[in-house]
Design a protein around this ligand. Sequence first.
Ligand code: DC
Length: 229
Amino acid sequence: MDQLIVTLDGPAGSGKSSVARFLAKRLGLEFLDTGAMYRGLTAKAVHRGIDPATEPHAVVELARHTDMRFDWQQDPPRLFVGNLDVTERIRDRDVTGKVSDVAALQGVRQVLVEMQKRIGKEHPQLVTEGRDQGSVVFPNANVKFYLDATATIRAKRRVEQIKAAGKRADLEQIRKDIIERDRKDSTRKESPLICPDDAIRVDTSDMTLEQVIEYLENTVREQMGMPQS
Ligand code: DC
């Protein structure tokens, strides 16, 4: 099967997850949420009572011995850590609060980047989203995007998502969390969040979800010589 890998990188709340999922569907590709993998490992560490900030080596050891897989039969794919379905659990605030510390660990990144490369070989027709997909994991991707938006807009989008899931959300707190997570993601030594030189940068602040999806879909079709939908 020919490779068609589309990477979407960008900060928290830039709309990557929703965009990637719908874009994959429109283009008939599979969808990989790599943030979910860092979150899955974080959920397991929390469950074991391991604090990534004070026990980094224990988290790296955990990563090396963690069996993580997506069930691709489900839409969107569900994430299993061992036998446990953690798809909902990984969005909880305690996991969200610790995931940057986990994602900053070089040993953890080595393990998860390898897993993602393997997934790319098994599923070579893929829309993948994260922070380092175009820069580190799939440098030879066919089309690379970098999505961005202001922190306030991103916080508002997150609040909508949380409310839609029936939970309560504090906009100002979420905005602060987002700014702090951006700072950690872009200043960490290992694979900091960057816009790869060959990525198409899209500021989604004033765009609707539908507009972003349409723009990305048209761009991929044009660049890959696929018929327009
Ligand atoms: O996209 P998200 O909020 O689910 O990502 C969770 C965390 O994982 C966030 O701190 C960034 C980090 N991450 C990363 O470092 N590399 C990736 N490829 C995906 C996510």
